[in-house]
Design a protein around this ligand. Structure first.
Ligand SMILES: [Fe+2]
Ligand SMILES: [Fe+2]
Length: 231
């Protein structure tokens, strides 16, 4: 999946077009289904902007963190929900009990494979999350896009995009022993970001056209212009 979707050679579109496209997406794992996705993106971004006015990279990160959900749309292969949204987790080491629906891992062959079912499995202490193979989802897809576009977003932004659905780590505190020093620094930002994502969505309506120029300027600054490559 990662190899196939990592090619990013099918569609070109701007980040903003993609935000608008996301309105057609329904994420069944999202508890706030009543809101259009673009509102969620802008509400998170605007709320962070209010509290962290100088961290403009964080405003942009909030805007784009869920864009990988376009994989649910017919024009992007219409992947099933399980392949795009919901928790992500490391493979190649024991599945932590804090992962949602953990009991079903008993049906996974890795569960009984001694090479993959120990605390470290195929990894080592402090090896760094970038060396850990994660289950695929919208986090990883958007991370690949950001990388491919040579974005100038800082490492903390890429970390947030890549691991915001890794709740075993950021909510339950599991797998911390796989992190290196950079991951630990970045995790602090992910914790901040999380306060503005998901359940704490503000219900304040956003005037999309009013804030659009600000975000377009951030997109350009982060080197996402003119186009974003998608599969
Ligand atoms: Fe997400
Ligand atoms: Fe989100």
């Amino acid at each position: 999946m990662r190899e196939e979707y990592g090619k990013l050679n099918k569609v070109e579109m701007s980040i903003w077009e993609c935000c608008e496209l996301l309105n057609d997406v329904i994420d069944e794992s999202d508890p706030d289904l009543d809101e259009p996705q673009i509102e969620h993106l802008l509400q998170s971004a605007e709320a962070i902007r209010k509290d962290y006015p100088n961290e403009d990279w964080l405003h942009l990160t909030a805007l784009i963190h869920d864009l990988g959900k376009v994989l649910l749309l017919p024009s992007f292969g219409e992947l099933p929900q399980w392949a795009v949204v919901g928790d992500i987790f490391p493979v190649g080491c024991a599945f932590d009990a804090s992962i949602v629906h953990h009991k079903y891992f008993a049906l996974n062959p890795d569960y009984n494979n001694p090479a993959y079912n120990t605390k470290y499995g195929m990894y080592s202490e402090g090896c760094g999350l970038e060396n850990v193979l994660m289950s695929f989802g919208h986090d990883d897809y958007m991370y690949l896009i950001a990388k491919e576009n040579n974005t100038t977003l800082p490492s903390a932004a890429l970390f947030i995009i890549r691991y915001h659905s890794f709740s075993a780590l950021h909510t339950a505190g599991a797998y911390k022993y796989l992190m290196n020093e950079e991951d630990k620094e970045n995790l602090k930002w992910l914790h901040i970001f999380n306060k503005y994502d998901l359940y704490s969505k503000s219900k304040e309506r956003i005037d999309v056209e009013k804030v659009k120029p600000y975000y377009l300027s951030l997109i350009e600054k982060a080197n996402f212009n003119p186009f974003l490559l998608f599969r």
